[in-house]
Design a protein around this ligand. Structure first.
Ligand code: AMP
Length: 607
């Protein structure tokens, strides 16, 4: 069977998994870590860094290091999350050409799908290094509450990264797949997923017949660990202001250090009651006077700072249970997903709300990628019986007269699904109707997300209200929405596949795919060269160690002297090849170096 992978593209961390035999497992990156920070950076030498290496240099290169870009993906320029990032992110957020968002790094503008693509490409490479072959097909997860534009932008990111995204699935649903996989149980479960940037709650029925049916889902795509970190940061900034009258927000490097320290403190408070936050030389004022930040934070104080954030998640849980017509007591298992569920106050709030302890033995950072890999295999394995029935997280409908939103497919409808409604003309002699396809929960059309539009023309001229047009919405298993409008009198029909917009045009995507391929070729050849260089240098070091002994052994032997001179010359040429970054020459010299090494060993063995 072809190799397929599952990728959890997280706000803070990403994770990739594969299924081998019947066993799903997370693939560690080269550093041995099972998750990779979703961070990218561009260095002064215009080199791209991704993951841990980007995170490590974030403080010294804050303006060119991007984190939490998932909060911006598929968003319109004027949306609140984008405006918030524009105000507070150390990197420069600017308006794109299609009402979208771009980030400027070292003078070059990058779209958000491009940034996400860099992370996806890194995860692809991690999987390929492990599998020893190319992995071109992937299931990628998104927060359940992502709208279609955000999903499309994630799909485009996959494309740019050189991946065929065989399906986008919801993070909590993926977690349920991993939880129920192979267990042969019938259970009603709640997945509480609080990650770095988003919150989701999903209620699912897991069937022993391998049917996973989502009953309802809800969430907030702008509520996660980042907000908890910001609370600690704000508290630190305010405290510093009170003590020194200096605003740390003015200094990008200080801000990045504060962010790191805030997250670290939050994580440490999951295991201890009090933490010390020490940031020496945080800023200098006046005649180079260095100021230091030193504060301690108790767990109760942290919980107070964030109490409303946790309450918001609980309120959403209550709302989705109400929506699904279920009682808390009916939920048989509560599963915690996302790094933020390690916060004791979060665990307590969830246990209290559901009236039961969450399940143990589920790894909150890995379970989503595992579920994605399981789904990926099920999609390519013809013998698989697994069936995933998800729901649409947002209501779909059209704009009607007066700027109102008329619902066609309500939120939490199981997909695939199809619904129709009949509308009539609103003006006398109206010969065309414009269909605006929208997604959202507001009764005002303009407050919802526009997914697409089209016009049905050729209607017979008639008094208003006489011509009937049937509008049909269809969502297939891939979540693709198609909409048609039919003139019931003539049978004339117009339809579109609603391709939500990631904010990029097909031409832009094509260019980005090419750029990303070039990067991969560059990176692969750099890696190949680095491996060859390391091999050559290792042998040279060993030859250097043996040299004086061999020299002693061959004094008086003309043949031996000649061989030694050749070896010296060879080492010199190898150094030059390394300096010139000439891969072919380095590879060739490795072969001769190896022979020389063998010869030296032979001479020494005879001593
Ligand atoms: P995820 O998106 O699932 O990778 O979750 C990442 C979020 O979880 C980040 O905000 C992390 O700071 C947070 N996190 C990870 N581990 C812990 C921990 N032990 N305690 C508190 N928060 C954590």
């Amino acid at each position: 069977m072809e190799k397929v992978i599952g990728i959890d593209l997280g706000t803070t961390n990403s994770c990739v998994a594969v299924v081998e035999g019947d066993t799903p497992s997370v693939v560690p990156n080269r550093g041995g870590y099972k998750t990779t920070p979703s961070m990218i950076a561009v260095t002064e030498a215009e080199k791209r860094l991704v993951g841990h290496i980007a995170k490590r240099q974030a403080i010294t290169n804050a303006e060119n290091t991007v984190y939490a870009s998932k909060r911006l993906i598929g968003r319109k320029w004027q949306s609140p999350p984008v405006m918030a990032a524009k105000e507070s992110a150390p990197y420069k957020v600017s308006e794109g050409p299609h009402d979208d968002v771009r980030i400027e790094l070292r003078g070059k503008l990058y779209s958000i799908p491009e940034i996400s693509a860099m992370i996806l490409q890194e995860m692809k490479i991690v999987a390929e290094d492990y599998l020893g072959e190319l992995a071109e097909k992937a299931v990628v997860t998104v927060p359940a509450y992502f709208n279609d534009n955000q999903r499309q932008a994630t799909r485009d990111a996959g494309l740019i990264a050189g991946l065929e995204v065989i399906r986008i699935i919801n993070e909590p649903t993926a977690a349920a797949l991993a939880y129920g996989f192979g267990k042969k149980i019938d259970r009603l479960v709640a997945i509480y997923d609080l990650g770095g940037g988003t919150f989701d709650i999903s209620i699912l029925e897991i069937g022993s017949n391998e049917v996973f049916k989502v009953i309802s889902t809800a969430g907030d795509t702008f509520l996660g660990g980042e907000d908890f970190d910001t609370r600690i940061m704000d508290w630190l900034v305010q405290g510093f202001m009170d003590d020194h009258g200096v605003d740390l927000r003015q200094d990008k490097m200080a801000l990045q250090r504060l962010k790191d320290a805030a997250e670290k403190a939050k994580i440490e408070l999951s295991g201890q009651n009090e933490v010390e936050i020490n940031l020496p030389f945080i800023i200098s004022v006046g005649q180079n006077e260095a100021l230091h930040l030193q504060r301690s934070l108790r767990r109760e104080s942290f919980e107070e700072l964030c109490v409303d954030l946790i309450s918001r998640t609980v309120d959403i849980c209550a709302a989705t249970l109400r929506e699904s017509g279920l009682d808390k007591g009916e939920i048989e298992d509560v599963i915690l997903v996302g790094g933020m569920t390690r916060v004791p106050a979060v665990q307590k709030a969830v246990s209290e709300f559901f009236g039961r302890e969450p399940c143990k033995g589920v790894h909150p950072d890995e379970v989503v990628a595992l579920g994605a890999a399981i789904q990926a295999v099920a999609l390519v394995d013809e013998g698989s019986e697994m069936l995933l029935l998800d729901v649409t997280p947002h209501t779909l409908g059209i704009m009607i007269v007066g700027g109102y939103f008329e619902e066609l497919i309500p939120q939490n409808s199981t997909v695939p699904t199809e619904r129709s409604k009949i509308f009539t003309t609103v003006r006398d002699n109206q010969t065309a109707v414009k269909i605006l396809v929208l997604q959202g929960e507001s009764e005002r059309a303009e407050e919802n997300e526009l997914l697409g539009e089209f016009v049905l023309t050729g209607l017979r001229k008639a008094p208003k209200g006489q011509i009937e047009v049937e509008v049909t919405f269809e969502i297939n298993a891939d979540g693709i929405v198609s909409v048609s409008a039919k003139d019931l009198e003539t049978g004339l029909k117009q339809s579109i596949n609603v391709t939500a917009s990631s904010g990029l045009t097909p031409d832009e995507i094509k260019d980005m795919v090419e750029d990303s391929k070039d990067y991969l070729v560059d990176r692969r050849s750099t890696e190949e060269f680095d491996t060859a260089r390391q091999d050559a240098e290792k042998i040279i070091r060993e030859l250097d160690r043996m040299f004086s002994k061999v020299e002693e052994m061959v004094t008086g032997s003309e043949f031996g002297q000649e061989a030694l001179a050749k070896a010296k010359d060879l080492i010199e040429r190898s150094h030059k090849a390394i300096e010139a970054r000439d891969l072919q020459m380095v590879l060739e010299s490795i072969e001769i170096l190896k022979r020389t090494q063998k010869m030296f060993k032979g001479v020494l063995a005879r001593s």
